[in-house]
Design a protein around this ligand. Structure first.
Ligand SMILES: Nc1ncnc2c1ncn2[C@@H]1O[C@H](COP(=O)(O)OP(=O)(O)OP(=O)(O)O)[C@@H](O)[C@H]1O
Ligand SMILES: [Mg+2]
Length: 358
């Protein structure tokens, strides 16, 4: 558990963090959000003592961090900085294992761990371990930054806008991956972002800051449903009902999907089902290839690209809605890792969720 008690940080005359108190429970993700300059990075850096508080106390599992040796403290804390900070002359494997090298962990063990982490973040070790940072996309570099922070398996992660430099589409992919990792690893995470959708999707709790102070610390749903004052209302914006969809993963709304093998599509008869239901079509390897559409001469197959229409169980309902609107279909397929259809999300369910009383 991380606990801040009345923590203040001055830089000369500037009060960057002003008497802040909050707690992050073990295994939870707490997201700090707020306008530029409100004190998010300063708050984060005081946890691993890259900065020392001017007053107040920060403790980890009941121990005051100012009484711990900085080096020992940092061993238990992974840190992901916004600019990723990969060393350009080192390959991916050495970048990931850099701290372990400093700790003189033997090479074989370091390399094994680096490969393990590449697998974990969804990059093929064969393909990536010897690449250099300039050979990576922005999103891949961000993932390597996360892998490096996880290398020593620290119980606590500090993440300062880890996906900030990534375009919106890739950012959603990284967020989904983060949720998947977090489910498996259950780290205690303090996460900084500028992006409200990201905050409500990833946070168990969200802290909205302004001028170094906490304005509201609440669950994502409460931040949207019950903004404490005008500042929060303005920050959250007019479309908070829609934003709320980001709080819900698709997995709670999966319906059974009707699907058919490609070679049987020609002889399909809808068996009395309504014309609105979607029939997904799969190919030889059972992966999604398209959907059936009724035409004057019976049914024909519309080809679909799984990565363009599909969502995964950890996608948000907001993502499902945007896929659905983007494709103009009544349901989106929920896919497993091999692009096989495991169910679908339907528009009426999204509408109902959206209309549920805030
Ligand atoms: N080393 C420093 N010396 C003096 N003032 C600083 C220093 N670092 C930060 N500040 C000031 O402290 C305040 C908080 O900065 P901080 O970096 O914590 O903000 P932030 O919320 O992370 O902003 P951003 O969203 O832009 O990253 C700002 O007013 C900033 O100008
Ligand atoms: Mg910052």
């Amino acid at each position: 558990m991380i606990e801040f008690s009345c923590v203040t940080k001055h830089y000369g005359d500037i009060t960057a963090v002003d008497s802040v108190s909050f707690r992050v429970e073990d295994g939870q993700v707490c997201v700090l959000i707020g306008p530029s300059g409100c004190g998010k990075t300063t708050t984060l850096k005081m946890v691993n003592r890259m900065l020392d508080a001017s007053s107040g106390e920060i403790s980890i599992n009941g121990r005051n961090v100012s009484e711990l040796a900085a080096e020992q403290l940092r061993r238990g804390i992974g840190y992901v900085i916004q600019s990723v900070g990969l060393l350009p002359h080192m390959n991916v494997r050495d970048n990931i294992a850099i701290v372990q090298r400093l700790k003189r962990v033997d090479r074989r063990q370091r390399y094994r761990r680096a490969d393990e982490l590449l697998e974990l973040i969804g990059l093929d070790p064969e393909q990536y371990r010897l690449k250099h940072p300039h050979e990576l996309s922005g999103g891949e570099a961000q993932r390597i930054g996360v892998a490096r922070a996880l290398a020593a398996d620290p119980p606590i992660l500090l993440m300062d806008e880890p996906f900030g430099a990534v375009d919106p589409l890739n950012r959603e992919v990284l967020q989904t991956e983060f949720l998947r990792l977090q489910r498996a690893l259950k780290k205690t995470v303090l996460f900084v972002t500028h992006d409200l959708d990201e905050a409500i999707r990833l946070g168990d709790t969200v802290i909205l800051m302004k001028d170094g102070q906490i304005v509201q610390h609440d669950s994502p749903e409460r931040i949207l449903a019950a903004p404490r004052n005008q500042f929060v209302r303005d920050f959250v914006g007019a479309d908070r009902a829609l934003k709320r969809l980001s709080c819900f993963p698709v997995e709670g709304y999966i319906r059974e999907a009707q699907q058919i093998a490609q070679q049987d599509a020609a002889s399909f008869s809808n068996g009395g089902r309504g014309p609105d239901s979607v029939v997904w079509v799969y190919g030889a390897d059972r992966a999604l290839v398209g959907m059936l559409q009724r035409s004057s001469s019976g049914y024909k197959v519309i080809t679909l690209k799984p990565e363009e229409v599909g969502v995964v169980p950890l996608s948000s309902m907001k993502e499902a809605l945007s896929r659905l609107l983007g494709q103009g279909i009544r349901a989106v397929p929920v896919l497993d890792q091999r692009n096989c259809v495991i169910g679908e999300v339907r528009l009426p369910d999204i509408e109902e969720l959206n209309q549920a009383v805030l």
